[in-house]
Design a protein around this ligand. Sequence first.
Ligand code: KIV
Length: 257
Amino acid sequence: MKKKFLNILKKKNKEKIVSLTAYSKNIASVLDNYCDIILVGDSLGSVLYNYKSTREVSLDMMIEHSKSVRKGIKKSLMVVDMPYNTYRNSQEALKNAKKIMSKTKCDAVKLEGGKKVYKTIKTLIKNNIPVMGHLGLLPQSDKSFRFKGKKALERDKIIKDSKLLEKAGVFSIVLECIETSLAKSITQNIKVPTIGIGASNYCDGQILVFDDLIGLNPTNFRFVKKYSNIIKEISKAVSNYSKDVKKRKFPSKKNSY
Ligand code: KIV
């Protein structure tokens, strides 16, 4: 296994794994200083393109954004989401994952689901494509937003799925919007790190959508903490620019040839 992956695995039970999403180079280059894992998430469909769901995101969109992100990353592990309908069976997944890996030079891909994608994940890993799993709320297949793990049947399924993903050989699992004690139990019972989003403080790591963290994306999810009010900053800058242009202060001689 490559050193980058071993470093992530070694952090389990020792040090928290820090992860964020990025969709472009300039942002990725800032995040790279602070993150262990940078994910090019298919959340870009709703965050950047205002799509109703991530199902509308295409393989080409993921590849183009990932090529940009790659240019901003020096040290973090780069993971790319496989979009909806690109991994309906093992052969389709292998063809598309190979395309993602070769065009974007990312380190790994992420797939949503448990038992349903077990064989597919095994095929990718057998072909030297590292995989990150994703359980709990699954934006590509769940019709509505609802946290998971309240009902016993649902809990059992997610626990079984986490064991299956571990057996398939994933190097980590994203746990999205699941009940606290379920996140704790999964994290304690599998050897690979869990990366939570809306999945309590018991996970081995944490991920957020970067645009949510800076307050650029208008969301009110309980699991998001806004670390800045970037809209205020942007408004201030654009307002000053507008005033300067109107008052003929910009461009000045300094900005002219
Ligand atoms: O698409 C995405 O950004 C994700 C994270 C929220 C985990 O899958």
